[in-house]
Design a protein around this ligand. Structure first.
Ligand code: ATP
Ligand code: MG
Length: 169
């Protein structure tokens, strides 16, 4: 079976990494949707879809996981047709893994099985927390997997986040 999970991965952190590793072990193929793929260079969404693709794929490859597809999903700002939009972009799937109540409702109403994955130390591992730690020049490296550290170094990512935090938007 194929399972779908969607995250913005701004940036890809160890909570995402743990849940992807667990689900990849339960499904034949894991479809990973990169949400808000059209967003970048804002404090909430600092990284491009391509940069996020690299963070996820490098981390999973280093963990020896290769049964996944990574698909960018742009926002459409119309929840009533969100499921159809997602289905138009990703390979066919049997279930969606999500902890977001609205996402769960939309997919359930479309007749798709919804599964709730466990959250790993959510206090510590969230995109918001990683971005804040970058702004405070704290130890953000301990919150993210190797692939994310590699991409951050390549694109000067933590300084981008710091600068975006100072911008008036
Ligand atoms: P942000 O704070 O920027 O919203 P986030 O950590 O909430 O980031 P998202 O990019 O919004 O992460 O992706 C949400 C997806 O990631 C959801 O499916 C959610 O269940 C999963 N996720 C987020 N944090 C964790 C965690 N600590 N453990 C397991 N899954 C997580
Ligand atoms: Mg979130």
């Amino acid at each position: 079976m194929r399972g779908l999970i969607i995250g913005r991965f701004q940036p890809f952190h160890k909570g995402h990494f743990e849940v992807l590793k667990e689900i990849a072990g339960q499904v034949d193929k894991l479809i990973i949707g990169i949400g808000s793929a059209d967003e970048s260079y804002t404090f909430e969404d600092p990284f491009t879809a391509g940069e996020r693709h690299l963070m996820v794929s490098e981390s999973l490859n280093q963990a020896g996981i290769d049964n996944y597809y990574l698909i960018p999903i742009v926002d459409i700002h119309r929840y009533s047709v969100w499921v159809a939009h997602v289905k138009s972009l990703v390979p066919p799937f049997d279930a969606i893994y999500t902890n977001n109540d609205l996402t769960a409702r939309l997919f359930r109403e479309a007749g798709i099985e919804v599964r709730r994955p466990a959250l790993y130390d959510r206090e510590k591992y969230s995109g918001k927390k990683v971005r804040q730690t970058m702004v405070e020049e704290g130890d953000w490296q301990s919150l993210v997997p190797e692939g994310t550290i590699m991409v951050m170094e390549e694109i000067d990512g933590s300084n981008r986040v710091k600068e975006l935090a100072g911008d008036v938007q």
